[in-house]
Design a protein around this ligand. Structure first.
Ligand code: 26Q
Length: 840
């Protein structure tokens, strides 16, 4: 990196009496002196508070603005370089970007952490305290949103020109609190403290139509045309956030759209004197980007969710076409050569119909030309096989909201089904299965079918998932277009999830194998030659121990529970869902509790079971599972017979920020979903990179984690996907597992008789009843295999050196799970986007 300040001419003094650097360096100098001067400058000119009232929050803001200044030249240089579209640009369309705190990451990627630490120390401040002041924009639910954020980091680091397009929700994912052991949701008003990272671009606004009807007319050339007469109009304004690559000048953009009322629309009402109607209009329009939907909110508010999707998609496509035509002056025919647009699941898949509408209705292209460009531009990534999670929209809602798009989808469907009939004559069942219009449960639009038909590639997010996609939900499509289907196994960014989250390990790695791993994670393999070095193993354990103490402090501060960092930290953090089977982990805890109660002398290697994750507010069973965890925790933690070797923690409000404390502190990573249900998982990778061993099923990316780590370094249990399907096909009877396993029967009986709920037999009954009578995710079928495997984990833990070797090998072999590897695959196999280095 260039642009380093070598001297600091002293030409003024700040209000702490220190000298200021000249203005140019105040904005861009990378030395500690320049940063200190910049912070002082922002404290005066941006924060505008006298020294006597300054708080750490003010310093946070001033430092953030100083850091943003330092990205600005890189940002403009990057944007300038691709705006003429001499190269191809990736647009990542995602309803969610779970970015996490930005300050630490930007300091890391700019290479100025030490300088910032020094600068703040000179001002009497501690960088760690300042970093802790930052909240996070919770603009995502979980894995899918965080994946999008990791991918932005990798695209910038790999110098690939790219834009992330999404929604600037005013309220992100709810904040989770616990009251009497139950989840309570609090609104996440993340913007109240301001957001120093974004720059609003009120001049970059696009019109968004909604509702109404269509009309046909003949244009001047006598051609038949369609006009959409909307019922409502609003607009989207953009807020841009810089995405700085690590160690490079490339600084890409995340553009998030915020909804506004259209002035002229409101003015109509003013003119007729109806002031309140105008204000009303404002309220309704701005509702569109108001709140992020949790991933399991059924019917309620569905219409608004569709409007959100259409809102950000049309703004993004209009922006792309604007750059393409107005700035780069390129013909529409060049669209697929200059843009790769990736659909992050079906949430933005209305883009297929919207691009067709823009090309045909606004730019007068023929159907065939428009369709050719559309399919060559889009790629679709699928993130779920769960039938209940596949997005569909009731035809009535869809048609009322987007009448023109429904027409276009009918037309796409008609032409597509004609192709199907040509390929598979006489197979009307297949035609019905593949149709974009479903009859499943009232007529609906099948968004996964729309995305598949409208894209040149379809990929799953782990090898197993991609295979299952071809064999199940998209089987017919695979048979039609096998060449469209591929796999890109997910990855996570080593900058955030290793370097930032685990500074102790970062230092040990730098010392041992050099710093190259941070952009070439495969180099972690170099650790293998230190596995047999006792001094290295001791350092390895010291790092882990320090990370556990750090988490223990946080757990104590947030829950009051005291943890011993010598115990095994056994962790499951992810959204609460039945298929992820948090309750299976609880059954194991209760089995140990039962063993200790019936055999008080029993020696059990001490463990703390740590849970974290949010339940969708409307998901009844997930909320009961949280209640089960907290109930068992309260009993276990307060019973001297068991709390000498068992503890249970539910960490409230799991998010990116506290994830930084969690992954590096784990000894054991729980990845215990029913085989075939977890598309990939990414938490599993974050644990592995940080040296946790995995206990897991053959599901999602676990399969590949085990392949990389070696079977001897992975605790495998449970039915395979094929066995799961077989058991279900033969008529799964969960009760039979209870009947043949006395320990399982005793465990369920303890819950049922109110052992953990002060004798209340009602609270947790739905969980027990559901397990015994339905158990849709086969927790009982896997129970024995899981508990026996956990006993094996306990034995392995007792052999400290063996455990350390396994831990080191897991990190050493985790290179595949870098998002850099994943993004290279997307660039090579799907986008056709190469690197473009940016000169300042
Ligand atoms: C849909 C309709 C209405 C409201 C909300 C939603 C919605 C929102 C978010 C549906 C799903 C999501 C998020 C899904 C998700 O996070 N999936 C996860 O994606 C990860 C990244 O690929 C995978 O690792 C996980 O396996 C997968 O569960």
């Amino acid at each position: 990196m260039t642009d380093v300040v070598t001297s600091t001419p002293e030409d003024s003094t700040d209000h702490n009496g220190a000298h200021l650097a000249p203005t140019g360096q105040t904005r861009s100098g990378m030395t500690a002196d320049a940063l200190r001067a910049a912070v002082s400058d922002h404290l005066i000119y941006s924060i505008a508070r006298p020294p006597a009232v300054l708080t750490p929050e003010h310093y946070y803001k001033a430092l953030s603005l100083a850091v943003r200044d330092r990205m600005q030249k890189r940002w403009m240089a990057t944007t300038q370089d691709w705006l003429d579209l001499s190269c191809k640009v990736t647009c990542y369309l995602s309803a969610e970007f779970l970015m996490g705190p930005q300050l630490g990451n930007n300091l890391l990627n700019l290479g100025i952490e030490a300088q910032a630490r020094q600068a703040l120390a000179d001002l009497g401040q501690d960088l760690d305290v300042i970093l802790d002041c930052e909240g996070e924009p919770g603009l995502g639910n979980g894995g899918l949103g965080r994946l999008a954020a990791c991918y932005l980091d990798s695209m910038a680091t790999l110098e690939r020109p790219s834009i992330g397009y999404g929604i600037r929700y005013e309220f992100g994912i709810f904040k989770q609190e616990l009251a009497d052991g139950w989840q309570v949701e609090k609104t996440d008003n993340w913007l109240v403290h301001g957001n120093p990272w974004e720059i609003d671009k009120p001049d970059a606004a696009y019109t968004v139509n909604w509702g109404g009807h269509t009309e046909t007319y003949e244009d001047v050339t006598g051609r038949f045309r369609v006009r959409w007469v909307p019922q409502r109009v609003l607009k989207g304004v953009s807020y841009d956030t810089p995405v700085q690559g690590y160690g490079v000048n490339t600084c890409n953009t995340l553009t998030l759209w915020s909804a506004r009322a259209v002035e002229s629309f409101a003015l109509d009402a003013f003119n007729t004197g109806d002031f309140y109607k105008a204000v009303d209009e404002e309220v309704v329009s701005e509702t569109v980007s108001k709140v992020l939907y949790p991933n399991d909110e059924p019917e309620a508010g569905k219409r608004l969710r569709l409007l959100q999707q259409y809102f950000f998609v049309t703004c993004s496509l209009q922006d792309i076409l604007n750059i393409h035509l107005q700035r780069a002056h390129l013909p529409l025919s060049a669209l697929p050569d200059k843009w790769a647009i990736q659909l992050n699941d079906t949430h933005p898949s209305i883009a297929v119909a919207e691009l067709m509408r823009l090309l045909i209705d606004e730019y007068q292209l023929s159907w065939d030309a428009a369709w050719d460009l559309t399919v060559r531009t889009f790629g679709y990534t699928n993130h779920t096989l769960l039938p209940e999670a596949l997005e569909t929209w009731p035809l009535r809602i869809f048609g009322e909201a987007l009448p023109r798009h429904l027409e276009l989808i009918y037309e796409i469907n008609e032409r597509f089904l004609e192709q199907v009939r040509e390929r598979f004559p006489g197979d009307e069942d297949r035609v019905g299965r593949m149709s974009l219009i479903g009859e499943d449960d009232g007529k609906c639009v099948r968004m996964a079918h729309l995305a598949t038909v409208g894209s040149h590639t379809v990929n799953g997010v782990a090898a197993l998932h991609s295979e299952l996609l071809k064999a199940s939900v998209l089987k017919d499509f695979y048979e039609m277009w096998p060449e469209r289907f591929g796999n890109v196994t997910n990855g996570v960014t080593p900058r955030r999830f290793l370097a930032l989250a685990n500074p102790g390990l970062r230092e040990l790695l730098d010392d041992t194998i050099g710093p190259g791993w941070i952009t070439d994670l495969g180099r972690l393999r170099g650790l293998e030659s230190f596995v047999d070095d006792p001094a290295f193993r001791q350092r390895w354990r010291d790092v882990k121990r320090a990370n556990k103490s750090r988490l223990a402090e946080y757990v104590h501060a947030t829950t009051g529970i005291e943890l011993d960092p010598t115990w095994m930290f056994d962790v499951q953090v992810k959204r609460i869902h039945e298929y992820k089977r948090q309750h299976l982990m609880v059954l194991h805890i209760i089995a140990l509790y039962h063993r200790l109660k019936t055999n008080p002398g029993l020696s059990v290697p001490p463990r703390v079971f740590i849970f974290g994750g949010k339940a969708a507010p409307g998901y009844f069973m997930a909320k009961r599972i949280i209640r089960l965890i907290t109930a068992v925790g309260a009993t276990v933690n307060n019973d001297p017979d068991v709390n000498r070797c068992l503890k249970v923690v539910f960490l409230p409000n799991f998010n990116v920020k506290n994830a930084h404390l969690v992954y590096p502190a784990a000894n054991l990573s729980e990845q215990i979903s029913t085989a075939g249900k977890e598309a990939s998982g990414t938490g599993n990778m974050k644990f592995m990179i940080n040296g946790a061993l995995t206990i897991g099923t053959l599901d999602g990316a676990n399969v590949e984690i085990r392949q990389e780590a070696g079977a001897e370094n992975f605790f495998l249990f449970g039915l395979t996907e094929g066995q799961v399907e077989k058991v279900k096909a033969e008529g799964y009877r969960p009760l039979s597992y209870v009947e043949s396993d006395p320990e399982l029967a005793a465990v369920l009986e303890l819950i049922a008789r109110g052992e953990f709920t002060h004798g209340d037999t009602e609270v947790l009954r739905p969980i027990v009843d559901n397990l015994i009578h339905h158990d849709p995710f086969l927790a009982l079928a896997d129970y024995r295999s899981y508990v026996d495997c956990q006993d094996e984990v306990s034995r392995a833990w007792l052999d400290r050196d063996t455990w350390s070797r396994m831990s080191i090998r897991n990190t050493a072999r985790s290179g595949k799970f870098s998002s850099d590897r994943a993004i290279k695959e997307y660039c090579d196999e799907i986008w056709g986007v190469g690197p473009m280095s940016v000169d300042l």
